[in-house]
Design a protein. Structure first.
Length: 591
């Protein structure tokens, strides 16, 4: 009787992987999404506690956001010392190891099929905690997205899943991280698909939704079911406010464009030594920490006060403007900040300031300051990320108020248009990738090829054979009637030929032997007999169709053999793929 564990490893796991090769593996992806969400939720809780525990012991009143209550000397020295420490840490790393955050996740998705290393996750954890606890103008959401994506990617790599499903797992991790950070599962789903994946698919929705929901549940077990902000009932008093809402959208859109411009400007110095750049970032942060300490750390306490209408106009405007400038400069200089949290801070304070102006100009018509602060949050997030739907969903989930949808849609859409069309600024993530000399491919053809693994279309009807074999060996080889024969050379597979070509040659030899009474050749050289032979190259079993097409273009071969190393020095071949197979599959799926 076979060992049940061996039966599971030999049959069920390969079957599970094989189902994941295609686009219709919904039950398998759903299970993976659930596991991704639970694991990511636990990782994000660990990350948040690593930030909160030292701050609760260090800051006055055991408040993890009370940087403004520190004495002047400590406020000035803390961010400078923190920037220098992070600079020393990053200085010891290679340039590739310094890449963190959402941009790094997008790069790994576009150029490395979503493979993220454990080393990258550890570095992100360290610098993510370090930037916040040392009072930098930072947030925890970008690092959380990186950590969630890394956990899910590593889980897929450990299970040796096809690359198309690892890409989906990365999206699951991103959605779960946002859901666990804000307790906003819908916004997490839309963020993953709109910002990171840049595509919407039916098969992708289910696992990503399950990941977001399960992560939110895990977060609620530890932090309760309250959203990130306590929001009062917010409504628009009158339709006559719409012109003022449009004015706010223009103002926020311009502020978002300025933010992106400053990031790009400071990013021009990326070739300077990282320690020098972060030392300058720390020095620049000092006067802001002394004069406007609200910009230090995550700043959600200030956001909450802005929503409650407890801050004066001058503080709202000063804090919002300072946050725009200092976050952009330090981020551009290389400090590993998040932009999601700061964009919420900037939007809330600037929107609240505009709300106070509106209340002064038309006290009988204007809604509450908190109403405009919330609209500013959505507008800034949507404009900076160029993700209107994600921003709207975040706004809706944070307020739990359907009455904010109409003005929210208006302000988010218009602010995004002002940033992108009037000022010519695209998503900050895309702009950052472009500054690194990278692009982000999102064409329908490429997206379709990334969703399918070579295992879904490869032809498994094959036999491996040495180049030279006897007539009887050739006859035995054809007994199973394989469609393809992979001819082995001294350094591995060298050519692909149809089994029918060898069968035809054997038949011709046998006929000639009978008619002319000649002897059959003792050995057959498969590279010399009349046949249509194709040059062949290797492709990993986990590869997507996009990777296979890249190999075809690079090698100019006619066929690929799909392989995996079953053990050291042992290569197992699972099937063959022709370029025409990929083209036919894409045409079939499209039609």
């Amino acid at each position: 009787m076979r060992n049940p564990r061996r039966l599971f490893a030999d049959n069920l796991i390969p079957m599970f992987r094989r189902r994941l090769s295609g686009v219709d593996a919904l039950p398998q992806l759903a299970l993976l999404g659930l596991l991704s969400g639970i694991g990511t939720g636990l990782v994000i809780i660990l990350f948040r506690r690593a930030i909160e525990l030292p701050l609760e012991h260090f800051l006055p009143g055991n408040d993890s956001e009370a940087f403004e209550h520190l004495d002047m000397l400590t406020r000035g020295l803390l961010p400078l010392a923190g920037a220098l420490s992070i600079g020393l840490f990053l200085h010891r790393l290679s340039t590739s190891d310094r890449k963190v955050g959402v941009v790094h996740v997008m790069e790994r998705l576009n150029y490395h099929q979503g493979y993220i290393t454990f080393r990258s996750a550890v570095i992100q954890f360290v610098v993510g905690v370090g930037t916040v606890i040392t009072g930098q103008s930072a947030g925890r959401e970008g690092p959380a997205v990186h950590l969630g994506a890394a956990f899910s990617s590593l889980m897929g790599q450990w299970m040796r899943l096809p690359n198309n499903s690892i890409r989906t797992l990365v999206a699951c991790g991103c959605a779960a991280a946002i859901a666990a950070s804000f307790n906003t599962p819908i916004a997490g789903v839309i963020f993953a698909m709109e910002v990171v994946m840049m595509e919407y698919t039916i098969a992708g929705f289910t696992p990503i939704i399950l990941a977001a929901v399960s992560a939110a549940v895990v977060s609620q077990v530890f932090y309760g079911s309250d959203p990130a902000f306590s929001v009062p009932v917010l409504t628009m008093n009158s339709l006559l406010e719409i012109p003022w809402i449009l004015a706010i959208a223009v103002f926020i859109g311009a502020a978002a464009a300025l933010f992106i411009f400053l990031v790009e400007f400071a990013g021009r110095f990326h070739k300077r030594p990282v320690l020098l750049r972060l030392a300058i970032a720390g020095l620049v942060m000092v006067p802001f920490a002394l004069l406007v300490p609200e910009v230090m750390g995550i700043g959600y306490d200030t956001v909450g006060q802005a929503i409650d209408g407890n801050l004066p106009f001058l503080l709202l405007l000063t804090a919002g403007a300072a946050k725009v400038v200092i976050t952009a400069i330090t981020l551009g200089l290389g400090l590993p900040n998040s932009i999601i949290g700061p964009s919420i801070f900037m939007g809330a304070t600037l929107g609240g300031a505009m709300g106070l102006v509106g209340a002064y100009l038309a006290p009988d018509l204007a809604s509450s300051v908190g109403f405009y602060a919330m609209l500013g949050m959505g507008a800034m997030m949507g404009a900076v990320l160029q993700a209107p739907l994600a921003a709207l969903m975040a706004l809706l989930e944070l307020t739990m108020n359907p009455h904010i949808i109409l003005p929210g849609m208006l302000v988010i859409t218009v602010s995004g248009l002002i940033t992108s069309e009037v000022f010519g600024k695209k998503s900050l993530f895309i702009a950052t990738l472009k500054s690194q000399g990278l692009s982000y491919q999102s064409s329908p053809v490429i997206q379709a090829l990334r969703r399918v693994s070579v295992g879904a279309i490869m032809n498994r009807d094959l036999r491996r054979t040495p180049r030279n074999l006897s007539f009887d060996e050739a006859t035995d080889l054809l007994r199973s009637e394989p469609k393809w024969l992979i001819v082995e050379g001294s350094k591995g597979p060298t050519s692909l030929m149809l089994g029918a070509d060898l069968a035809r040659y054997l038949e011709d030899v046998a006929t000639e032997s009978r008619e002319k009474s000649t002897e059959r050749p003792e050995t057959i050289d498969l590279m010399e007999i009349p046949a249509h032979r194709r040059d062949i190259s290797a492709v990993q079993y986990q590869a997507t169709l996009e990777e296979a097409m890249d190999i075809f273009d690079q090698t100019e071969t006619e066929a690929l053999y799909v392989h995996r190393h079953a053990a050291p020095m042992i290569q197992r071949i699972y099937g063959v793929v022709l370029k025409s197979d990929i083209e036919s599959y894409y045409q079939y799926r499209r039609n």
